[in-house]
Write a protein that binds this ligand. Sequence first.
Ligand code: ASP
Length: 439
Amino acid sequence: MKKVVKFGGSSLADAKQFMKVGEIIRSDDARVYVVPSAPGKRYDGDIKVTDLLYECYELAVAGKNFYEPFLAVKDRYNEIIQGLSLNFSLAEAFDVIEDKLLHEPEKDYTASRGEYLNGLIMANFLGYEFIDAAEVIFFDENGNFDDDKTYSILGPRLEECSCAVIPGFYGSSSDGKIKTFSRGGSDITGSIVARACKAGVYENWTDVSGLLMADPHIVSNPAVMRNITYRELRELAYMGASVMHEDAIFPVKKAGIPINIRNTNKPEDAGTWIVENTARRSKYTITGIAGRKNFCSIIIAKDLMHSQADFYRKVVQCFEENNIPLEHLPSGIDTMTVIVHENKFIEHEQEVLSRIAKIVEPESLEVESGISLIAVVGRSMKSQTGTAAKIFRALADARINVRMIDQGASELNIIVGVLNEDFERAIRSIYHIFVEVAE
Ligand code: ASP
């Protein structure tokens, strides 16, 4: 079985971190394809190499002197090379980048050099072959990832070499220029490489021992999730949980390859397994909690609205015309509520409200803002009684008023709406009742 291992910026921030990574890779022969990020922060307040490179580009394109950040970039790599005692120099590669910045600065090209240079060091350090991502990862004319072209070239290329380093974050666009994914995109490269070589597992190494059940800024020391399905992860990520890059899930999900999130600083920890399906129960009824603030609800009331077959469609159309995505549609007998993001709605608020008033002639139309949505997610919830009761008990005990409830038919999640000011307290009380009380 082959493993693809992706290391994030903090795992490769300096020579000491590189050594830990080297040990991790050498401790398992299956770890044959390595996807590095650019060096990240070494300490609080440090600057990531990618950010330094964006700064170089901004200065260069404005015709200003970019040597200060450029020197900082060079120093970062030279320190790593020296710290690893490698007999290797990036001097020529630096010259090429400098020349490009001086004569034809390109944003994506400049940013991508963080991963490119780190990949060259990593390949030298491990004695693995270096495969430039520009030769194996492609984007189409619309700037979207071109999976057909990529897999037809990347798959056979990987078969040719038993061990290789493929830098994360970038590929080639249809006009042959370098193009990057969005920030954090090395996660996507790792997933693509895993799919292309039909890996047994995609290991994503970072600086935490897995995904946390709740936001650590809200709940102190939240438990780590041991197993989570792709669908649960999507729900949590959509509701604001910070996990890997959103798009990193799709390539491996399609191929049924599990993702294992691991901690470079604590390789002995099992981390979190993200899988398509699992018979493993999570330790608690719920898998995780996540939430987002600043939604608004538009409450439309009209007697006998249900007898008009086109009522919902007409209301939805008013939002569609203004390009406002709908988050939820909880409804009553003669009321319908539409929940949308405040920042997407406010700009077109009056257009939407006057359209609704005109085309469905409601008896009342109310708008409420400052709503937070909290998703309580868990595959085990549907087989257990009393889950919803527990959530509402927790909220009632904390004297938090519930403004909306939505339980999808899949019973994978229960979403509750509360006022923004109750958001953090609500998450803490739900976490407490399911995790701390259950322990
Ligand atoms: N280095 C890039 C960034 O900082 C990509 C990545 O780390 O995944 O966003």
